[in-house]
Design a protein around this ligand. Structure first.
Ligand SMILES: *Cc1c(COP(=O)(O)O)cnc(C)c1O
Length: 425
């Protein structure tokens, strides 16, 4: 017997007892007929924290007041602005501060990291990635191998779910890694799959990759701010993530980069360099000869895009206040409630069969559920949008939803279910 009930009263009672309840009011919700939208796309673009405006305004004011002198005289000097993000960001991914830097955008960072960590040599040229990876990652991998004069056919190995299944079996990843052995140069996988919401065992994948002598990196676009990460402890070589999904840090906002400590002091790693990665004590001597900073900062190219970073700081302050532990507790319960409500509606409907393709095990998923809407088409989704739900539709019939624990409520989940039920065609 489930402890959950698909009723408004039950959802409201859960909200009353929710320790994170007050954070909902920290965010702006898009309006629907005078009420909040049911916003379940925090996995695509997180909502705007109300405090973000203030953080950006501070930098606009300092720019007005100081002009270029703001690099040193602003309240948060722009010369070192990224440094005020590092410690909080490193807690989110479970890293030491020197292993993390906030800079550039996600795909840019993936490329910069692969320039250093994908180094095909002899027969060790292959990359293992998940089948149907996010398109930007596919293009990045494809162009990286071509950059080395190789073809995708001889290098890129994709791993898919088995016939008739929706998620990838981890045992299949490990056996593929072993099979590729000394031909495997790099494992590059999304820590949480963007399509199915499957969370991978990054520690075990890292170990398996290292056992055959490969480097291991993760795209954490759908993992950062969503699930607990321990990149340092797991021994991951590198990782990158965007901050505009679960981390609510503005559209197209800045990205994060992780480089494990063991690579931090290795100036021999090939890399594409820029002045911001150069030893900061002598950066303004403007002398030739690149001397990388220690740690992840040594991968920076350009001076900090301060407005985007101010938005990230606003959000990091909220995450720091709450902590990933409490976020995870609510995430598991809220996601389980959403799962219960969807299954309840599916079981009682004669016309629709909603199959949740995301793993049932809370340790194998984050906040996202992907619903395969058997017997239903885009009309179902359109009807839900018309009734105030913001979700994501993927052809032919998958609805992706993610209740964000910081701002979504149990009542949101109840209303989602109510609208889903009414939209069945
Ligand atoms: C969202 C997302 C991206 C987006 O890349 P940008 O460079 O920020 O546009 C890339 N990869 C994955 C896996 C994503 O989920």
């Amino acid at each position: 017997m489930s402890e959950f009930q698909n009723t408004l009263a039950f959802a409201q009672e859960k909200d009353q007892k929710d320790p994170l309840r007050k954070y909902r009011d920290e965010f702006f919700f898009p309006d629907f007929a005078g009420d909040n939208m049911v916003y379940f796309t925090g996995n695509s673009l997180g909502l705007q924290p109300k405090r973000t405006k203030e953080y950006i305004q501070q930098e606009l004011d300092d720019w007005a007041k100081w002009g270029v002198e703001g690099h040193f005289h602003a309240k948060n000097p722009w010369f070192s602005y990224h440094e005020i993000l590092t410690e909080q960001a490193s807690k989110i991914v479970g890293a030491k501060p020197k292993e993390v830097v906030i800079t550039h955008s996600l795909t840019t960072n993936l490329h910069l990291l692969m320039v250093s960590f994908y180094r095909p040599e002899g027969k060790r040229i292959k990359i293992l990635c998940e089948g149907k990876a996010f398109p930007s990652d596919q293009y990045a991998l494809e162009s990286q191998v071509k950059f080395h004069g190789l073809s995708t056919d001889e290098t890129i190995v994709e791993i898919f779910p088995r016939e008739g299944e929706h998620t990838i079996r981890e045992e299949d990843i490990y056996s593929k890694i072993d099979e590729l052995g000394d031909e495997l140069a790099l494992v590059m996988i999304g820590g949480v799959n963007y399509y199915t919401g499957q969370l991978f065992d990054m520690k075990a994948i890292t170990e398996a990759g290292h056992n055959v002598g490969a480097t291991v990196g993760f795209d954490l676009a759908h993992a950062a701010g969503n699930v607990e990460l321990k990149l340092h402890e797991w021994g991951v070589d590198f990782a990158a993530w965007c901050t505009y999904k679960y981390l609510n840090s503005s559209p197209g906002g800045v990205s994060g980069m992780f480089v494990h400590e063991r690579h931090a002091n290795n100036p021999k790693l090939p890399r594409f360099a820029g002045w911001w990665g150069h030893d900061k004590d002598v950066r303004f001597k403007m002398e030739p000869g690149f001397k990388p900073m220690e740690g992840a900062e040594g991968w920076q190219l350009s001076n900090a895009p301060v407005l985007g970073m101010a938005a990230h700081k606003a959000s990091l302050d909220i995450f720091d206040e709450v902590g990933m532990n409490d976020i995870s507790l609510k995430r598991n319960d809220l996601t389980a409630y959403l799962e219960f409500v969807i299954n309840d509606i599916s079981a009682k409907s004669e016309k629709a069969n909603f199959e949740i393709i995301t793993p049932k095990d809370p340790n194998k998923r984050g906040a996202q559920l992907s619903i395969l809407a058997h017997g239903q088409g885009k009309d179902l989704f359109d009807a839900m949008s018309d009734a105030g739900v913001v979700a994501d539709w993927r052809e032919p019939n998958v609805i992706r939803i993610a209740p964000a624990p910081l701002y979504n409520s149990y009542e949101d989940v109840f209303h989602f279910g109510r609208i889903l039920k009414a939209a069945i065609q």
